[in-house]
Design a protein around this ligand. Sequence first.
Ligand code: CA
Length: 364
Amino acid sequence: MKLKLILGLTLAVLLSACGKEQAATDGTAASEPAQTFKWKLVTSWPKNFPGLGTGPEKFSKMVNEMSAGRLQVKVYGAGQLVPALEVFDAVSRGTAEMGHSGAYYWKGKSPASQFFTTVPFGLTAQEMHGWIHYGGGLEIWQELYAPFNLIPLAGGNTGVQMGGWFNKEINSMDDLKGLKMRMPGLGGEVLQRAGGTPVTLPGAELFTALQTGAIDATEWVGPYNDLAFGLHKAAKFYYYPGWHEPGSMMEFTVNKQAFEKLPKDLQAIVKVASRAVNQDMLDEYTARNNHALKELVGKHNVQLRAYPEDVLAKLRDLSEEVVKEVSEKDAMTKKVYESYKTYKDNVQEYHSITEQAFLNARSK
Ligand code: CA
């Protein structure tokens, strides 16, 4: 009788242990079907625009494949669900679960946001990705966006941009005075310090604004993107380098509650897919910009011009002043600036004997 009871108890314990082990391995009970999540992703770009717009489309495809359809992300072009420059607010309040844009468009929310796209005469793409992922950048960015109910992730990079489209030559600082030019972020503030009038407009409005004379000049991204908008039909001089945007990083934003509702594996998929898009976009620009520039110059007779060295030197001095002043606006911006600047000083010193020294050596 006693033996039977002991055997019975042992069996019960074993069965229960087996059950627990099985549940732990599966992660879900076998009887429950996996939950499917359907997300909206709003962007600041025309639907499927080369690079900037195809990045989030690739993200959507990757996430769908990696999750076997458990996370489906529908991408909206600018204006389809919300206007281009309302992506931040839309994701913050949960109108869409995700956004794809540029952090410098949100300088009205916090001046610190601009450091997470680009800084005039600042970090290159390679250096920026180092700051974000290994230099403490991502952690401060998360802190900056937390009060807005947003989780930020790196979402692509253009590399060094072009200096912009003009209908007159820029031979001295005087040529920038009174110039009404589309230039977002900190670059725009530097232009203002140089006597110009910076304007922030979404990409899709640039061609018309330039052609009608609503603006005198514009920058956008680089040859691959500028050709797609036909900017060469509205201006003849194409300046380089893009001192104002030496490696503009795009951003994915995720609504905090939406992210927290995902199981751990889908959260990991979101992070990994955005990281893949971040690198993929830079790879695409690197491979395609040079071909697009040949087409602009060879086929469309665009006049390529370098900014004069003394103009660049003055803009560099102004940039240093402006960026430092912006950093003094509030404690959070100061924290971001100090992290960015410390990292930049160190990496710039090292790159002067590696990347820079090599590129100089290669070009001789
Ligand atoms: Ca730009």
